[in-house]
Design a protein around this ligand. Sequence first.
Ligand code: GRF
Length: 212
Amino acid sequence: MQQKRIAVMVSGGGSNLQAIIDAIDSGYIKGCRIAIVISNKAGVFALERARGAGIPGCVITPAEFKDKHEYNRHLLKVLKENDIDYIVLAGYLSILAPEIVDAYRYKIINIHPSLIPSFCGMGFYGSRVHKAVLDYGVKLTGATVHFVDEQADTGPIILQQAVEVQEGDTVDTLSKRVLEVEHKLLPLAVKLLVEGRLKVDGRWVSITKKEE
Ligand code: GRF
């Protein structure tokens, strides 16, 4: 069977990218390869990780283009040129334009470091999420993988895993514990996506059995 081709979009350290790279290398995720890593920022460590894994990386920043339309047109061109089947947002801190979401409907997934619909949406990213969790005093937070639609963190939810907030937690200690869960949840979601086992019915996402 033809290997599926994945684009991973990043903006920072790339630890979630590394989790996917490792899951493919170990054979946990089969039938696909990361064809390209796209960053919206130059010099991020995620691009080093791609280089280390022999995966082509590129930087496509909105500022390079005369307007958002040109930026998105170029992004779509790069995705098509690389015959991309699926897109994984792994610490990617930008909202994909409707034309890209449309072209890859239910083929784009994102990892968010909270239990959506709590502590998500515009302005909730990285350590800001964990600070809001601690400020509110919730006892449970966690990680969510969801399909990407036109808004921030609003697409149908694929997988979630809870993480207990512990006495004396700081943004640093909590984010580390949530990141460990992210590094398991995202590779599982990629595996299910590539195996065609995610079926969307309205807001509900079913995980179907693997065909024998
Ligand atoms: C992670 O918390 C992820 O949930 C969020 O960005 C953070 C950094 O991810 N989207 P990474 O280390 O760049 O993968």
